[in-house]
Design a binder for this molecule. Structure first.
Ligand code: BGC
Length: 748
């Protein structure tokens, strides 16, 4: 009897145990286990085919998971200003969904112009919520390629000419996005500084320029932002495409910076199976497309990292060590995103996103010039306001390449002005010139009818006539998102404004002395009429809230505080890349239509204001420049010590007083000058900044702290950062050319 009882108990216990063990989830699904343990467990369960399937796209914007194991697919989306509308599985045409009209955020040039790291976090966080709600796991952005030439068609997607500004601004954006369980994909790594010949340009540059100018923002994105993925660029470096590049990916990104995330190719940026295997690429997208339009249908299994890779493994030509490393990194990304059960659900096109977008658009707007306080517009002194220019009525969320959006709404500048003015004055509009009346990108159509067949003379005469008896004339022009302007795949033809705008502005200035020019662009433009026009506002592609943001600045509801994230040269030859060549590439290579075109960065580290300083060239408007409707007075800057040790910090303080009659914000900038060095160094370099809000009459002490890294240069021979002992000077100012005070100190 006892024996029978024992047997029955044993039987039940075994049954219970087996049920329990069946219910116990495998390690890779157990969120309490460390990620690295889960990765090894998942990897050990995968077949060769399943592993290779994870390395390449399965549709235009997605890649496969492991269906058998419940490991989800990855869905990517552009980036970087809003969530791209759905295209078909294997075609660029619109999928025709009706739930994908997003909120359009301002372009990254605008974000950079805020110099406000809190706004950068807000931007990233809000955009990450949009991505998450739209079930996107990888956001293809932000872009941090350095502004080398004002002709680069994609500068509007980046954060300007300065490595420190773009580094400081990119980190919070990344943290904000990734907080939603959505990965950023920082692009385009690296040296994608022009669109002309973007697939065939081979960048040649010295290591100092590479490390001091072109890499810091990527490094900050990886080490401080902890970016989970990065996108290789189209161009070549050292004659290898950047997406399969030993130096950029294996040596620097992984070797020197310790990147543990995924390297994603740009769409169509992969060119060889063996280089992709060995030189650090993890995921291949868009092969046999130009990333924008053309495409070979359903070619996914023939991608370089698909069947050709499997064939090489089967034939014994390559082993599986690299494969496992790639899959480990992709699984790590899955555990950080798609398999993170705690990630929030996101939100889409919410009032919060609208107010975030509006705030960023307002704070990024830069008041370039304001003679006799023409701005803000005083409505009590105006009964007739004339608005001139195509950009006042043209939608800008559509166009420009892959960052093009299908926005749920877009307030045009004219609409913003009309609704702000209301019945207080009469607002009239006249075109002035015709630029590009089309409005379509990738199947998204603006449905605007901007056709106007009148001649430029007639349009000009009409505008001039109307301007004669207006109390204020607001000209709203600049560039747009059409080819050869601020647009992917092409560069601009020159620095000038297109479509007869210079003539229109000059003629308007002759008949009305209350002319305000609002330049909408993502790039510097020449302004031959600068001395004739009393007020100039630089604004950017501002997204859904564009018109409201512009109106709030013009009518003084918002006091502008943006500062230029890149210099405005007076002419193209004032830019190092153009003065010294080489742009767009080596003449012989271009003439002989070689497969690749060398572009040598002869100007080396002297990019933007570093070049202008060196050559003593006065720009049209300097890096860091931006006025306010109030005035600020800087006290004499002091430092907390006169000598700093290599392992120490030094703090500079300056008193800042709002001496005007309204609240405003100033961005205090700290530049460092190495007074004596063994190598040529820029006259000064931005090393810290702070945005301070002050009420009328209020004053505050602003403190800026730096350490040895702010004094260092990259020594190419030693391959390390060096701070040479000796004398330095801190320059504190309101822009790179408006230095208010200097403090000398020593590095001991
Ligand atoms: C662009 C990328 C973009 C990708 C996907 C490429 O043409 O260079 O920035 O993310 O297409 O649309």
């Amino acid at each position: 009897m006892n024996k029978i009882l024992k047997l029955i108990t044993l039987f039940f216990l075994t049954g219970l145990l087996s049920v329990l063990s069946q219910n116990k989830s495998p390690i890779y699904l157990d969120a309490t286990k460390p990620i690295e343990e889960r990765i090894e467990d998942a990897l050990s369960r995968m077949t060769l085919d399943e592993k290779v399937a994870m390395l390449h796209a399965q549709s235009k914007f997605s890649s496969a998971g492991v269906p058998r194991l419940g490991i989800p697919e990855f869905w990517t989306t552009d980036g970087p200003h809003g969530i791209r509308p759905e295209v078909l599985w294997d075609k660029w045409e619109q999928a025709g969904w009706t739930n994908d009209s997003c909120f359009a955020f301002p372009a990254l040039t605008c974000l950079a112009a805020t110099w406000d790291t809190d706004l950068s976090f807000l931007y990233g966080h809000s955009l990450g919520e949009e991505a998450r709600y739209r079930k996107k796991d990888i956001l293809l952005g932000p872009g941090v390629n350095i502004y080398r030439t004002p002709l680069n068609g994609r500068n509007f997607e980046y954060m300007g000419e300065d490595p420190l500004l773009s580094s400081r601004m990119v980190v919070p954006y990344i943290k904000g996005v990734q907080q939603n369980g959505v990965a950023v994909c920082v692009k385009h790594y690296a040296l994608n500084n022009q669109e002309t010949n973007r697939h065939t340009t081979n960048v040649v540059l010295d290591d100092r320029a590479l490390y001091e100018i072109y890499l810091p923002a990527f490094k900050a994105a990886v080490q401080e932002g902890k970016a989970w993925s990065i996108m290789g660029a189209y161009n070549l470096y050292k004659n290898q495409h950047a997406c399969q590049n030993q130096y950029l990916l294996n040596d620097i990104l992984r070797g020197e910076w310790g990147f543990d995330g995924v390297v994603v190719s740009d769409w169509g940026g992969t060119h060889s199976t063996s280089q992709a295997i060995f030189n650090g690429l993890d995921m291949e997208f868009g092969t046999w497309t130009d990333g924008l339009a053309v495409g070979t249908s359903n070619a996914y299994n023939s991608y370089y990292l698909a069947k050709p890779y499997l064939d090489m493994i089967h034939s014994g030509k390559v082993g599986t060590k690299e494969l496992d490393e790639k899959v480990r990194r992709i699984l790590r990304l899955a555990f950080r995103t798609t398999m993170d059960k705690n990630r929030p659900f996101g939100s889409f096109d919410s009032p919060e996103h609208s107010s975030a977008g509006l705030k960023i658009a307002q704070d990024g707007t830069v008041l370039l010039k304001n003679t006799s306080n023409v701005l803000p517009i005083k409505l009590d002194k105006a009964s007739k306001i004339l608005v001139v220019g195509e950009n006042a009525i043209k939608m800008m969320t559509v166009g420009g390449g892959s960052s093009s959006l299908k926005a749920r709404y877009e307030i045009l500048p004219l609409e913003g002005i009309q609704s702000r003015v209301g019945a207080q004055a009469k607002v009239t509009y006249t075109r002035g010139y015709v630029g590009d009346p089309t409005g379509e990108y990738n199947g998204v159509v603006t449905k605007q009818d901007l056709k106007d067949d009148r001649s430029s003379e007639v349009l000009l005469a009409e505008a001039v006539d109307a301007a004669k008896d207006a109390d204020y004339v607001i000209f709203i022009g600049g560039l747009n998102k059409s080819d050869y302007q601020d647009c992917e795949n092409t560069d601009r033809a020159g620095l000038e404004l297109p479509y007869n705008q210079d003539k229109v502005i000059a003629e308007l200035a002759k008949v009305n002395n209350k002319l305000i020019v609002v330049n909408i662009s993502g790039n510097a433009v020449a302004m031959p009429w600068v001395n004739e026009v009393p007020a100039i506002v630089q604004t950017w592609y501002l997204g859904s809230e564009a018109g409201n943001a512009i109106a709030s600045v013009l009518f003084g509801d918002v006091n502008p505080s943006g500062k230029l994230p890149f210099s405005f040269p007076a002419k193209l030859t004032d830019v190092g890349a153009h003065k010294l060549g080489e742009y767009p590439g080596k003449k012989e290579d271009l003439a002989n239509k070689r497969d690749t075109v060398d572009v040598t960065y002869n100007e080396s580290i002297f990019v933007g204001y570093r070049w202008l300083d060196k050559e003593k060239i006065k720009p049209l408007f300097s890096f860091g420049h931006g006025l306010s409707y109030t005035t600020f007075q800087y006290g004499k800057p002091v430092s907390d010590k006169t000598e700093v040790r290599a392992d120490g910090h030094i703090t500079f303080s300056v008193n800042l007083k709002n001496t005007g009659d309204r609240e405003g914000a100033e961005i205090v900038q700290l530049y460092i000058s190495d007074l004596k060095s063994s190598l040529p160094r820029p006259l000064k370099e931005l090393k810290a900044f702070k945005k301070i809000s002050l009420k009328a009459g209020e004053e505050k002490t602003v403190e800026l702290t730096i350490d040895k890294s702010a004094l260092s240069f990259f020594d190419a021979n030693k391959h390390e950062w060096i701070a040479e002992l000796g004398d330095f000077e801190a320059l504190i100012g309101s822009s790179s050319s408006d230095i208010k005070g200097k403090v000398k100190f020593k590095l001991k």
